[in-house]
Design a protein around this ligand. Structure first.
Ligand code: CO
Length: 496
């Protein structure tokens, strides 16, 4: 290995292994029979080991260091090298045994979580979760941090984001949202009962596919399947998949999870294939990823204009269930603010309280201030404190999210960050294209997608998140845009 071309080839080989792991992961959550889990864990762990070996190969490190001081490279090439070198130095911090242990723990934890959720019994998951938390605490030390061990975990998902910053943001969120939600809850009630009539599985599925097509999700480069927890995943820009979950007694769950995951998938489909295997062929951060799903789900998918176009076709599929429900009723119901137990079904305001609960728990776990054994109890207390709700079961409480079973800690805050980026980006998209809202009302989302492609998707990791935000909107992430959007929208809906 001695030139840039060798670097590209080696980097692609690493990506090939990682994407193969992603395919096995997708299969595990959508198609794999129960008994497949034991050998699947072994297969994933073997691939993880190979990926780690390739990523930390000595020759590769020498090459990266040489290329890093090669002035003949152009700016894109230099950016690739600099990010790959950073990733290399990080990978070097892990010993192979750690990677293998992690992969095994995660595969087992996922199975235990699924069983625990099915049996509504957190204690089934307790021991594997304890091991995962211990592993993450160890990992914080391996990676290193300046102020708080949790910084090391946040940095994996949102490079540069710190615990202090999250504390600041969340105190803004609480200061504004908690009283605002209280005002809403004291005002007129919205009737959303029609969402909870019976909506057949097949017809819901068909409508979800229709929504994805309206967003210009490319089914030649993707597909949708069912899973316990909706997610999107990608193996290349030309194979980017989504999953959904259908509840026959709750239409809203399918609709907005489809749009949400579709938003993620559009980001991956907008990455340039020519950059496959390189940092410029990767998305920036989870916060920016989430901004794409939130922008489609909330700023577009919960707007009156979007439903002015799409409501008639929904009504054609479910004429009986939606008798007497006007598009305005539907719009208001889809923005009904009501504290609820399940994060993924939450409205776009109380949603952030769900995230804050998880953040506080994770931070305390990493600090060693609380024990996994007490998690169900702590969870239930916090749901009462923040949302005024009694949690009736582990399944509807502490076991609802897949993240901890994947060993993902430091992930949840990116959801909230993503909503704020979404509000700021959408505001800018409207400034750049004054016809945008009219276009959405006419069912034309193409210019919006093109705007996202041009400003965000196509650039891959060319810029860091905060620099990208500054480039597009002229300033850093600013909570004001979310706040303005919320005040404007909900003051009208609730006549505040
Ligand atoms: Co998401």
């Amino acid at each position: 290995m001695n030139n840039y071309k060798d670097y590209v080839n080696h980097s692609k080989r690493i990506t090939d292994i990682n994407m193969s792991m992603a395919i096995l992961g997708w299969d595990q959550e959508t198609k794999m029979p129960k008994n497949g889990s034991k050998f699947r864990a072994q297969q994933l762990s073997t691939l993880a080991e190979i990926s780690h070996e390739l990523s930390t190969k000595k020759d590769f490190g020498i090459l990266l260091n040489n290329l890093n001081s090669d002035n003949s490279l152009n700016s894109d090439q230099r950016r690739n090298i600099s990010l790959s070198l950073k990733a290399f130095n990080k990978s070097k911090k892990y010993k192979s045994e750690f990677i293998v242990e992690e992969s095994n723990l995660v595969s087992n934890a996922f199975q235990q979580w699924r069983l625990a959720k099915e049996k509504n019994d957190f204690s089934i998951f307790e021991s594997s979760l304890t091991k995962l938390v211990d592993l993450r605490i160890k990992e914080c030390e391996i990676l290193g941090y300046v102020n708080h061990p949790y910084d090391a975990l946040l940095d994996q998902y949102e490079p540069g984001l710190t615990t202090n910053e999250v504390d600041d943001i969340f105190s803004n969120v609480k200061e504004f949202l908690v009283p605002f939600i209280k005002r809403i809850l004291r005002s007129n009630k919205i009737d959303d009962s029609f969402f909870y009539k019976k909506y057949s599985n097949n017809k819901q599925w068909d409508f979800g596919i229709e929504l994805l097509k309206k967003m210009d999700y490319n089914f030649d480069s993707g597909r949708q399947d069912l899973s316990a927890h909706p997610f999107s995943t990608h193996f290349s820009p030309e194979d980017t998949r989504v999953t959904t979950r259908i509840d026959e007694n709750n239409l809203s769950e399918m609709i907005w999870s489809c749009i949400h995951e579709g938003g993620h998938a559009l980001y991956e489909q907008g990455i340039l294939s020519e950059n496959y295997g390189l940092p410029l062929g990767e998305t920036i951060s989870l916060g920016i990823h989430e901004s794409q799903s939130r922008l489609w789900e909330n700023n577009v998918g919960r707007s009156l204009e979007f439903w002015k176009h799409n409501y008639e076709s929904l009504k054609k599929i479910f004429p009986k269930q939606l008798t007497g429900v006007t598009v305005d009723d539907f719009y208001k119901a889809s923005n009904n603010v009501k504290p609820s137990l399940i994060r993924t079904n939450a409205d776009e305001l109380t949603y952030h309280l769900h995230v804050i609960i998880r953040y506080e728990i994770e931070k305390a776990l990493i600090e060693g201030k609380i024990k996994v054994a007490d998690l169900a109890k702590i969870w239930n207390l916090k749901y009462y404190e923040y949302l005024g709700l009694e949690v009736p079961s582990d399944t509807l409480g502490v076991l609802q999210d897949i993240h901890w079973s994947h060993g993902s800690f430091g992930y949840f805050p990116t959801y909230t960050i993503g909503s704020f980026y979404a509000a700021q980006f959408f505001n800018q998209a409207k400034i750049d294209n004054p016809n945008l809202i009219k276009e959405i009302e006419n069912g034309n989302n193409k210019n919006l997608l093109n705007w996202l492609r041009k400003n965000i998707h196509n650039s891959g990791k060319r810029l860091d998140a905060h620099k990208l935000c500054e480039k597009i909107t002229g300033e850093k992430l600013n909570f004001k845009y979310f706040k303005d959007y919320v005040i404007d929208k909900y003051s009208k809906i609730y006549a505040l």
